[in-house]
Design a protein around this ligand. Structure first.
Ligand code: HEC
Ligand code: HEC
Length: 156
């Protein structure tokens, strides 16, 4: 019931706008992730959707891969250029995403905190989850860029 209401409200908000489906337009749930991105950026965590960070955040992340959140995730310059270009082109531009979040972390975005308000700190710390950055622990289709609430399951 709450879910239906929420969707109805979002659709209502956007009804008069140019964009039809609010959530799809916000995060492009089903964007095609290019092969090199999936290969190079999904070894340690989910391959995030480019639309979840603004272009400036992606550029900073891609120019500092040798000291990437405490690990060395360096790539050859050609791949860095290719991925930086692709991420910037598909970066988020909506009002919720355009402001770079703290540490350029998706998980520090206001929208992320709002959407996960009901997830308790005990759940984030479960061995089966480990970190907010491990989207695929709960979003069963995250590897396909699909974060729809219909495919969320919190592991034990
Ligand atoms: C060698 C492992 C490794 C590789 C490869 C890697 N990362 Fe990461 N990345 C990490 C770690 C560790 C974190 C911090 C995770 C945490 O806080 O739990 C992280 C965090 C991130 C975050 C922030 C997540 C958040 O909290 O919102 C982004 C964005 C990110 N990585 C993008 C990338 C991109 C783009 C690539 C490919 C160019 C990449 N990563 C490749 C290890 C890696
Ligand atoms: C501990 C499990 C868990 C992890 C890890 C997690 N989420 Fe979620 N996520 C949820 C839950 C629960 C909801 C709320 C679903 C609902 O409203 O029914 C949610 C909602 C969302 C939504 C809104 C979906 C919608 O249809 O409204 C998005 C987008 C999202 N998460 C993205 C992410 C991203 C990106 C990551 C990783 C950086 C992530 N989540 C990590 C559990 C998780």
């Amino acid at each position: 019931m709450t879910v239906c209401l929420k969707k109805a409200m979002l659709l209502g908000l956007f009804f008069g706008g140019a964009l039809g489906i609010a959530q799809a337009s916000e995060f492009e749930h089903r964007v095609n992730l290019i092969a090199s991105y999936k290969q190079e950026c999904s070894a340690c965590h989910t391959a995030y959707l480019p639309s979840m960070l603004p272009a400036g955040s992606w550029r900073r992340i891609m120019s500092g891969l040798d000291r990437h959140f405490g690990v060395d995730a360096s790539l050859d310059p050609k791949t860095v250029t290719e991925l930086t270009q692709w991420l910037s082109t598909h970066a988020g531009t909506s009002s919720r995403v355009v402001q770079p979040p703290a540490e350029d972390r998706i998980t520090r975005s206001a929208w992320f905190e709002r959407k996960h308000r009901e997830v308790s700190s005990a759940v984030w710390q479960r061995a089966s989850v480990r970190s907010r950055a491990q989207c695929a622990a709960c979003h069963l289709r995250a590897d396909q860029g699909d974060y729809d609430e219909d495919h969320v399951r919190i592991p034990r």
